[in-house]
Design a protein around this ligand. Sequence first.
Ligand code: ZN
Length: 195
Amino acid sequence: MKTRLEPQTGTAFELKSGQTLRVIDLEGEQVADLTAFSRADPTEWLSSGRSIDYANTIYLTKGHLLYSNRSSPMFTITADDVGRHDFLLTPCSRETFAIIYGNTAPHPSCFENLWRNLAEFGVAPDAIPTTLNIFMNVEVGPDGTLKILPPRSKAGDALTLRAEMDLIVGLTACSAELSNNGSFKPIAYEISDAT
Ligand SMILES: [Zn+2]
């Protein structure tokens, strides 16, 4: 059964070892930020640095493992329709909009949508690490300059991850204008039991 995340919202839920999580871009060009913590000990978290280091690429895709800060596998990417996701940048926050765009007005953000939903699992805002920004299209220039381009995802494209331990997962439909080619769309996700 698919669950729909309305534009600029988020959620948190448990995912058991062996279950798969399919994240679907319903309309195309929409980013979904994902983070995870060990169910047994939430001080173990999904680590961008370790995952990129061990995969030896910043563009993680089918076949790659995503590791925790303790170097334990948390997920395996088992299917990927798009092949371009970001794992360098933090979830957009109120401060992101103020610092990068000079926008100090109230603005929904992935960071707030994550910590508000993860609070019930005992995860504090400061514990939220760099997220796997599913469908986010970040290009790195030869001089190291980053360029945020429209996502390559089309309507119905998905990324599928298998949990390698019992997890608490946070997931959003991203709230940043630039990451989503200027419009905010829903995201869907589907959890399947081990087959
Ligand atoms: Zn965001």
